[in-house]
Design a protein. Structure first.
Length: 559
């Protein structure tokens, strides 16, 4: 559904409602209704719309008392929590710009973002490695600690909000910058993606129609709020829909908190969907599940019991993004009545590009069709290019990179390669920059080959590489299920997959061998981005000797 290119920026501004206006609306219309639910040491604390607005006004009052220059950059460095939402709203009310930092960020990233954005104040909350990460915050920077244990800071939350709230209900100039989101990019330093209220809020408000979201919906906020998808489709969307948000206390309480929420909308990423699948199979082996699902009278009961066990029985929309989800995994969940719709977007376009909604079994493997108001085209080099009101304004302080990422006629160059079928459904065939050249001078796109490997349930992670090698090779990490099996059994399965894949590839794409890696690729060892994408260039550098070694067998193991 192409965008009306004759629409002016003024038209767009008039169409978008500010998130603060929506907060004030719910404060008046449903002030005592619960908006946010935050678990703390096993107890669920509810925040009404009226309480959230009051707390946000207190944050705004303190920020105003600090006499910071207008549009100062204020960072939020924390896992998802009620205070994250409240602080974000307070920053908006005070007329400043929010700068989220991933809760997994290390010292280098923290220093870069703080310096590059000239951050004036930083709110800090629960982190993965609290002591190390807090120590990495520059000493000169004033900080505010959310109300969680062992968080040293210039100000504690209770003291910071111990003030009279602002008495008015300010609204922003929608053309002004609302946030700078630093990409978790798999290469180089992160880029600061600048979104105005118009751009990011257009996506959030528009999502209500395309995804049919309303105030009866419940969502679990657990994917990083520092990432664009959670920010748009969970936080901001909830302000427009009036829906209820639940948070997760910790990784250990995840299943408990999902069940408490009983989400109607549930967004996840491929690695977590795979872990959910492995969790089910740990309790009920695949062969037993297959037998039960073939029995008509039992099938529905078994599927319902599994959905209830996952806490997802009340969901009406299940989604996956960030990276491709193996079609075999989608089909596996579909048999349980969990129809996972894949979607696609980038930080640069407010994560609002395409969606496979409603779910269609015959379109598994595609990223769906463009949302209403989003215009997508395929360039001559097969790059997916997108134009919509939710495209970013610019890369912060990087005009040359900004100029490079937009075409002359205003389309965003996404770097993804793809194709569109006759019904408008789009398939991603790889990243332009991921394509490598073998020693034979032939180009290979790794993504389609990796997707075929992921159909094997024993494979948790995979990276196909081969720059300047005679033939490509595949590095992979085994799933938890595979690690419990006999090594011969695992290698037999991988050899069969290896042979089957090679039979379908052109000669220059044929894999020479598969390398089973001993160590998992994680955010902590810097081989995954915070959104769980493989940092291909770091993986290739770190394991250069492994990649270029000579092996006799088709499947080999290395330390």
């Amino acid at each position: 559904m192409p965008l009306d290119m004759n629409a002016t920026s003024t038209d767009t501004e008039q169409q978008v409602t500010s998130p603060l206006k929506m907060l004030y609306h719910w404060e008046q219309a449903r002030g005592d209704d619960t908006y946010l639910t935050q678990p703390v040491t096993g107890e669920y604390h509810n925040y009404s719309w009226k309480q959230v607005a009051n707390l946000a006004r207190r944050v705004a009052a303190r920020l105003q008392s600090m006499a910071l220059p207008p549009q100062s950059r204020i960072a939020i460095f924390s896992k998802n929590c009620a205070e994250w939402f409240i602080t974000d709203l307070g920053i908006m009310m005070a007329g400043h710009i929010s700068v989220p930092i991933f809760a997994t960020a290390g010292e280098e990233t923290i220093h870069y973002v703080v310096q590059h954005a000239d951050v004036r104040l930083l709110f800090v909350g629960k982190l993965d490695n609290t002591a190390e990460q807090v120590a990495a915050i520059p000493n000169h920077l004033e900080t505010v600690a959310f109300p969680y244990p062992d968080l040293p800071a210039s100000h504690q939350w209770a003291e910071f909000i111990d003030c009279d709230p602002i008495t008015d209900s300010p609204e922003p100039d929608m053309a002004q910058t609302m946030t700078i989101i630093y990409t978790s990019g798999s290469t180089g330093q992160p880029k600061g993606v600048v979104h105005t209220y118009n751009s990011i809020c257009w996506a959030a408000e528009s999502s209500l129609n395309d995804l049919q979201v309303d105030q009866s919906d419940r969502s679990l906020s657990y994917l990083p709020l520092a990432h664009i998808t959670e920010r748009v489709l969970v936080e901001l969307s909830s302000l427009y829909s009036g829906g209820r948000i639940y948070f997760v206390e910790s990784l250990d309480t995840f299943q408990r908190d999902v069940k408490e929420c009983q989400p109607t909308l549930f967004i996840s990423v491929p690695r977590l969907w795979t872990k959910f699948q492995m969790g089910v199979l740990a309790k009920m082996p695949q062969h037993k599940l297959d037998i039960l699902l073939k029995i008509p009278l039992v099938r529905g009961l078994i599927a319902k019991k599994i959905r209830q066990g996952l806490g997802l029985d009340h969901a009406r929309l299940w989604a996956s993004g960030s990276a491709p989800l193996a079609p075999a995994v989608i089909e596996w969940f579909a048999k349980l009545g969990i129809h996972i719709s894949e979607g696609w977007g980038m930080t640069e376009n407010s994560a609002y590009g395409t969606a496979s909604v409603p779910f269609r079994h015959d379109k598994i493997g595609s990223i769906g069709r463009p949302y209403t108001g989003v215009d997508i085209r395929i360039a001559d080099d097969n790059e997916i290019q997108v134009k919509s009101p939710c495209n970013m304004k610019e890369y912060y302080l990087e005009p040359e990179k900004t100029a490079e990422v937009f075409t002359d006629d205003g389309y965003l160059r996404t770097g993804d390669r793809g194709c569109i079928d006759e019904e408008g459904y789009i398939r991603i065939t790889g990243r332009l920059k991921d394509i490598f050249k073998t020693a034979k001078g032939k180009y290979v796109a790794p993504a389609p080959i990796e997707a075929k490997f992921m159909e094997n349930k024993l494979v948790e992670q995979v990276c196909v590489t081969g720059n300047n090698l005679p033939q490509p090779v595949a590095l992979l990490v085994l799933s938890e299920e595979a690690q419990k099996l006999d090594s011969d059994q695992v290698e037999t399965s991988l050899r069969e997959t290896f042979t089957s894949i090679n039979q379908r590839l052109e000669s220059h794409q044929v894999l020479d061998h598969v390398i089973i890696m001993e160590s998992e690729w994680t955010i902590e060892n810097d081989l995954l981005t915070p959104t769980l994408k493989v940092k291909r260039h770091i993986l290739e550098e770190r394991y250069d000797d492994v990649i270029h070694a000579q092996y006799d067998a088709p499947v080999v193991r290395v330390a």
